[in-house]
Write a protein that binds this ligand. Sequence first.
Ligand code: HEM
Length: 324
Amino acid sequence: RPPSTWLAFITRITHSEPRTIPEQSQNGGKEDDMLAEERPVQLQTSPKHHSQDEPPNSPSPESTPKAAPKNEQDAPAVPTFTLNEHENSDEEDEEEDNLPPPSFPAMDSAQRASKRPSMPPPPPNKPTLMAPPSKPTSSLMPPPRVTPSNLRVLPTSPSQSMRVPTTGPLPNRGPLPNRGPASAPNGSLALPPSGAVKTPNARGKVLLSPGHSPLDWASLQKSGKNLSGVDSLIRVTPAMLKEKNGRKGKPAWSSYQGKVYNISPYLPFHPGGEGELRRAAGKDGAKLFMDVHPWVNWENMLGECMVGIMVSEEKASSTLEDMD
Ligand code: HEM
């Protein structure tokens, strides 16, 4: 048994093509194959009996169908199909509702048996009766409870505080080594003796005058100029060193590990400033030097400025060559 929707379609075809009926009836045996329900529908619409006196071009199921009807109103309706034909036709909907269910799948088939008794889906564009889910309002929510387990335990031991955290921003690396005190507030890093190192301040960097960069000093050392102020190396007594303090036009000498250097030409080149370097004038500057920048090679920096060696007052009269 064809679905109910087919019946309406078959009805239209039989209305529009009456010549198919005699052909089927002429076949005789084929008519028996047709379903019983279809027969009266087809027979009602087919002009089974017609007069012999009709003209040859009159509408006859046995004659060739006309190319065009005489009257457009009499013309059979050409079946047209649209996608929403069933939706727009109320008559067909009612007809379908009254028709028995389609024969496929069979009433006792496994498909029907396995079909869940599902609820029909709600029609679109129709307001549902269910109330929309209430939105959670923050004002009604209780504040999150802070329990001790939610709090991160702060590191207590130095080994824990030095550990790099796996989450969050990287910690401040702090100043470069030997450039000043460590920035760790908990004192976990080893600090030099208090007061021994000045805190470097980037804004306090000494601005050297043009032509007095470290490169300029290196070029001046290689220039061959006499930077020591003496013709040859001399013995320097403590009294002599103390006199060369750089004041009142006098040169500035400073001793470092038994050697005496004329630091006067280096004063405008000193990255730490002329004033800082002058503090070592006329005396042993090793301690001041090592406290600030032990990585600096004094001998390389002031090699051309060497005056002589420190000697006691007794040996001051003799020359260095004599001592060798
Ligand atoms: C007489 C031999 C000296 C030489 C050849 C010398 C050389 C230098 C050099 C090359 C720098 C730059 C270091 C760097 O940027 O890493 C420097 C910086 C400095 N020096 Fe000296 N210096 C001498 C003595 C002194 C003395 C006696 C003092 C202090 C009493 C001093 C205080 C400083 C300071 C404060 C800085 C700046 C450090 C900084 O900016 O981080 N220097 N010196």
